[in-house]
Design a protein around this ligand. Structure first.
Ligand code: RNT
Ligand code: ZN
Length: 419
């Protein structure tokens, strides 16, 4: 894309927005401050380095076998650096506990330590990426159908130990980067068929969490991710939304909202203004469910746009919401998947930042509802894309579809040679 063309289009867009009282420079500045938490697991289909030959369990699935997935820590890092070079702004990296630098040795989940993530902390510093963290209770012989809610104390204690250690790792990362590491806890605990002792497992999960959180750690923050159902756990999920909403409200923990974890017609956007009244912060897992929690690559669809708009409209929600991505498509170029999803999320946030919210609110307050709807509709076609292009240019990343060629080149030079 010619720089001058981008600049000219931006100049016109800037004036057009000024006509409705919107400062595009302020929107660009704000977007620059939004650091996405990029999920490390798109690069290798949620395999990790604990047992690269193991299969993915816990009711989640990466479908497809597109060639070139990262096979080790160096390849994963190389791919993430490539993806990052095509996404404007500065972003975080979200690691799962199974992505430690285990040096080829088997380290069980109840043995992980900060030293296994030292090279990541170093790498993060060198590459200007702060780290977030996740416990991993799936894809392990002790995963079964119940982990932290297992009536078998030995298994429950194993996962409590894993989670306690994960929090210490997250805290060490937070300290090292001078910014809290956000640690997400998602467990697949549930049941395929009708369950008659639901209360018991939820009581056990609550007790496990209470024990885990009894240790105060200043440099990390906990977030808890609910889910509706998983493959093989269709009838009952211990960690449902009601469960975690209650737990987080009572214990001042961050609520993780994964856009694939609700009934298909439920609006995740509508949850923001409610959840933030009762929980301190929200962590988002922006994903694209198709018919189920399929974890397709995020695109700029109405769901994502609505969500982004709520973040801005529920001001100051943007300051209390962490935006992470969570999808794993193994059927297309994986670096391309990162770039598409990240840029789509940013484009949605930018459009939200460019909304003539004052005017819309005054229409609403005055019961001018035709006017409100008309301005919302007209707003969709305002030249936000020229602002995004300018944002890319200022961040020295390819504008528009130009990143396709860069990824094709990387595929020819690097990923296609892996097998
Ligand atoms: C699963 C959850 C969870 C995982 C990652 C890999 O449904 O969304 O966040 O996708 O932890
Ligand atoms: Zn998720």
């Amino acid at each position: 894309m010619k720089d001058t063309l981008v600049n000219e289009a931006y100049k016109v867009a800037k004036e057009r927005y000024a006509q409705i009282g919107i400062d595009t420079e302020a929107a660009i500045e704000k977007l620059q401050q939004i650091h996405l938490s990029l999920h490390c697991w798109q690069a290798d289909d949620v395999t990790g380095f604990e047992n690269p030959d193991g299969s993915l369990t816990g009711g989640i699935q990466a479908t497809g076998n597109y060639p070139g997935k990262a096979r080790n820590i160096d390849e994963l890092r190389q791919d993430i650096i490539k993806a990052k070079s095509l996404i404007p702004g500065t972003h975080r990296l979200n690691l799962h506990a199974t992505y430690g630098d285990f040096g080829g040795k088997f380290v069980d989940r109840n043995e992980i330590e900060p030293k296994h993530f030292e090279s990541w902390m170093q790498w993060g510093k060198e590459n200007n990426m702060k780290l977030d963290f996740n416990t991993t209770s799936f894809s392990h012989p002790k995963s079964g159908m119940l982990t932290l809610s297992n009536p078998d104390k030995e298994i429950r204690d194993f996962w409590i130990e894993h989670t306690k250690r994960s929090r210490i790792i997250a805290d060490t990362m937070g300290k090292a980067q001078g910014d809290p590491c956000i640690m997400n806890l998602w467990i697949h605990d549930g049941s395929k068929d009708q369950t008659v002792n639901k209360l018991l497992y939820r009581q056990l999960l609550k007790d496990s969490l209470d024990e885990i959180f009894s240790q105060e750690l200043p440099d990390m923050k906990d977030c808890l991710e609910a889910k509706l159902f998983g493959i093989g756990a269709e009838s009952y999920t211990v960690g449902s939304f009601d469960f975690y909403m209650g737990y987080c409200a009572q214990n001042n923990k961050i609520v993780t909202l994964d856009t694939g974890h609700f009934h298909p017609t439920e609006s995740i956007a509508d949850k923001i203004s409610s959840v933030l009244l009762f929980a301190p912060e929200v962590m988002l897992h922006v994903s694209r469910p198709i018919r189920w929690d399929s974890d397709h690559v995020t695109i700029m669809n109405d769901d994502v746009l609505d969500l982004a708009k709520e973040l801005v409209r529920s001001n100051p929600a943007l300051d209390r919401v962490h935006i992470g991505l969570d999808y794993f498509d193994a059927s297309i170029n994986r670096i391309g998947a990162y770039v598409i999803g990240s840029r789509a999320t940013q484009k949605a946030v930018l459009q939200a930042l460019l909304e003539p919210i004052e005017k819309l609110r005054s229409y609403e307050a005055n019961d001018q509802l035709f006017q409100r709807l008309a301005l919302l509709e007209e707003g969709k076609a305002l030249p936000w894309n020229a602002v995004y292009d300018e944002f890319c240019l200022r961040n020295n990343v390819p504008v528009g579809e130009d990143f396709i060629a860069t990824i094709e080149q990387y595929e020819a030079d690097v990923t296609s040679k892996r097998n």
